[in-house]
Design a binder for this molecule. Structure first.
Ligand code: ADP
Ligand code: ASP
Ligand code: MG
Length: 414
């Protein structure tokens, strides 16, 4: 019998009626003759509430305790879904991460799934039950509860699909597929029937919440068909696929944005070997992931180094860099060479155009800059790769930029 992993996000579980509707979808899938495993997130807004609670009690909450706190959201929803399925006359059993077990490394709040136990889930299915697994959480080899990063339930679902040799992984959410831009921001956004893994990886990495980045990585690596559907309406959804020869390649496929970053600049940096490592090393050591990095050609043997970090890590990044600048100055033979200043700005947004067609179309960057110029939007940073162009702008202009670029690249419905 074919096994299907179905995942329901928080947006699909906003109230008890939606919980019952999700249970009905699960039961319908089983009645079609499939074996089913369900993965769920916390109910809508619950993880945000828990995170706010943590930050209200402590300015820099202990990551271990935050994991214990945040994991509780999914504990509620698995039990409710399991009960709703049972009420439809089908046996179901809820599982927390440590009961499956979903093993992870010990990196609290951004743990990586290392292995998923098959036996418990197999046993449950063989007994005729539908296992309902808590997404987003896992257990470290030490027995510690971990979480795998916000939005991580998609990744739990794909990891379970891989471990259980599932036929496919279905992600049910509040939109009926992957769109050419966030449909909450761009009314004319269009659902794509198919999107390539390569483009989806960029979209997920650059702010499109609809799929968690690691879920796309795992599905690609282990060839698990990954589909996005609405839990509210029936429809064809979006299939994430490998690039095919006959696929149409428009110059730009989608526009995405990310408001969860902040910009840090170190000015007056001496232009000497090893300085980037000396400045960024301690930031990396604190497990802060540095994203766009821009360093200009030096003038008078001085340069500025600018990079972005997750907004939650902004204050800590400034502190680490200021301490490091003081240390470098104190330890230098010639301290006047180290008169650097650390400044930051967290009112930024990164807006990105993604498309496989960029490989073969010229002039896309120019069109993007021209569009932003027409609306008086100042570009603070630029970065490009083979299939994307990202700009950092003031966050107040983010929605305008996304809409205007979406229309400039003709991505919408008529
Ligand atoms: P869930 O709770 O189901 O995991 P998420 O909020 O994580 O749902 O992801 C779904 C949301 O992703 C949608 O409501 C939509 O606003 C947003 N989104 C951003 N970019 C896109 C896109 N390109 N296509 C579809 N949805 C997108
Ligand atoms: N509940 C978690 C979050 O809000 C995980 C998820 O939604 O995928 O981040
Ligand atoms: Mg999500």
């Amino acid at each position: 019998m074919s096994l299907i992993v179905t995942k329901f996000g928080g947006t699909s579980l906003c109230d008890l009626e939606r919980v019952q509707a999700a249970a009905q979808k699960v039961v319908a899938c089983r009645q079609e003759g499939h074996e089913v495993i369900v993965v769920v997130s916390a109910m809508a807004g619950e993880t945000d509430k828990l995170e706010d609670l943590g930050y209200s009690i402590s300015t820099r909450p202990d990551p271990r305790e935050m994991d214990v706190l945040l994991a509780s959201g999914e504990q509620v929803s698995v039990a409710l879904i399991a009960m709703a399925i049972q009420d439809l006359g089908v046996p179901a059993m809820s599982y927390l991460g440590n009961q499956v077990p979903v093993y992870t490394n010990e990196c609290h709040q951004r743990a990586r799934i290392t292995e998923v136990g098959r036996e418990e889930l197999r046993h449950s299915i063989d007994q005729g039950a539908i296992p309902v697994v808590a997404g987003f959480q896992g257990v470290a080899p030490t027995g510690e509860i971990t979480t795998i990063g916000r939005g991580g339930s998609d990744t739990t679902a794909v990891a379970i699909a891989v471990a259980m040799d599932a036929l496919e992984c279905r992600i049910y959410t509040d939109v009926d597929g992957v769109y050419t831009a966030d449909p909450r921001i761009v009314e004319q956004a269009r659902r794509m029937d198919r999107v390539t893994f390569e483009e989806m990886l960029e979209l997920a990495a650059l702010g499109a919440k609809v799929l968690h980045l690691k879920s796309v990585e795992y599905a690609r690596r282990y060839s698990i068909p990954l589909k996005v559907f609405s839990s509210f309406i029936d429809g064809p959804g979006t299939l994430i696929v490998e690039e095919g020869e006959s696929m149409e390649q428009p110059e730009v496929s989608a526009i995405t944005f990310d408001k969860n970053e902040a910009k840090v600049t170190v000015t007056n940096v001496p232009d000497i070997p090893g300085i980037a490592y000396q400045l960024l090393g301690p930031v990396g050591d604190a497990n802060i992931s540095v994203d766009m990095i821009v360093q200009n050609v030096s003038r008078d043997e001085r340069t500025d180094l600018t990079f972005t970090v997750p907004r939650n890590d902004f204050e800590q990044s400034l502190e680490i860099l200021r301490d490091q600048v003081i240390r470098l100055r104190r330890e230098a033979e010639n301290p006047t060479r180290y008169e650097m200043e650390v400044i930051g700005d967290d009112a930024i947004a990164k807006v990105t155009a993604v498309g496989l067609g960029m490989r073969s179309h010229a002039g896309i960057a120019t069109k993007m800059f021209e569009t932003l110029a027409q609306y008086g939007i100042n570009i603070q940073m630029i970065s490009t790769s083979e299939i994307k162009i990202s700009v950092v702008i003031h966050e107040d202009f983010c929605e305008l930029a996304v809409r205007m670029l979406h229309s400039a690249f003709d991505l919408g419905t008529d």
